[in-house]
Design a protein around this ligand. Structure first.
Ligand code: SF4
Ligand code: SF4
Length: 275
């Protein structure tokens, strides 16, 4: 049981450790075609990252961000070679979201994980070829808390469903990362999407929509939190996406929700209740 939501499924070897979504820690083999350089470079300029982002976009990556790999985002007990990472997202399409839980939805979900993994390995190759260390973190590996990494990169913010919510894709995306020797990444100091937590406190649609009652809200005297009972969640095993398709960030879109929330918070009584 942990804060968060779920992921997809795939074959590989796993051990008993727990991943972010409860599917177990899975170690994926390095599928890069180019070996890491023996003496990796550490500096890049803006032009390099612009080219990298363009290449990522051409492969199908929706969003690129940059974050530090600090101990709180490392789930697996494993040595992480460099403290810098590039965070990547790939959008879930409507077919996947609208397909009812079952074998077909599971297949579509796994297929997106596979596609994002393939893009991540190709982007790691891109870096290696240019003299940088790069370790692709498979979106299902459970080595890093990828939602937290994306949040730290300023790409979006974690909602009550445990899913990353972004302006581009709402709650409908998968996340991967590349650990790299590049030491001069443009890191973010703040996150403009933090308000999402406050919105979620007033919404709760994902909790009510979950057919397995896997999202449990705990209310305290002055705060509340939502916990994912991962052993109940069928996101991995059946491709369930009810918490996504019922989320206002999916049905109405990020910008609509943001302006509605800002109007609401402009009213004195609403602002006072949020304190
Ligand atoms: S709605 Fe589906 S994917 Fe979301 S938490 Fe519940 S069981 Fe898991
Ligand atoms: S459904 Fe509501 S509570 Fe759940 S993540 Fe979306 S906005 Fe937040």
């Amino acid at each position: 049981m942990k804060n968060g939501s779920c992921c997809g499924n795939s074959e590989p070897q796993k051990d008993d450790s727990k991943s972010e979504c409860g599917c177990g820690f899975i170690e994926y083999r390095d599928q890069c075609r180019i070996p890491n350089p023996s003496k990796p470079s550490v500096m890049v300029d803006e032009g390099f990252l612009k080219d990298f982002e363009e290449y990522a976009g051409s492969l199908g990556i929706k969003k690129v961000g940059y974050a530090l790999v600090t101990p709180d985002v490392v789930i697996a007990e494993r040595f992480i070679q460099y403290p810098s990472a590039i965070v990547l997202t790939a959008e879930m399409d409507e077919e996947l979201i609208k397909t009812a839980p079952g074998e077909e939805a599971r297949r579509l979900n796994s297929s997106l994980y596979d596609r994002l993994a393939e893009m991540t390995f190709r982007l790691a190759d891109y870096l290696r070829e240019r003299g940088y260390f790069a370790e692709a973190i498979h979106p299902m590996s459970g080595i890093l808390n990828l939602t937290l990494m994306a949040q730290r990169a300023g790409i979006g913010f974690k909602g009550h469903s445990g899913l990353l919510i972004t302006p581009e894709s709402g709650p409908a995306q998968k996340v991967s990362a590349i650990i790299t020797s590049i030491a001069s990444l443009p890191l973010k100091d703040d996150n403009e999407h933090e308000w999402i937590t406050e919105y979620c406190k007033r919404c709760g649609k994902c909790i009510r929509a979950c057919p397995e009652e896997a999202l449990i809200e705990f209310k305290g005297c002055c705060s509340s939190s939502v916990v994912l009972m991962d052993e109940r969640c069928i996101g991995c095993s059946q491709g369930c996406t009810f918490c996504i398709e019922n989320c206002p960030f999916y049905t109405k879109g990020y910008h609509h929700i943001r302006s509605r929330f800002e109007r609401l918070m402009a009213k004195p009584e609403a602002a006072a209740n949020s304190r």
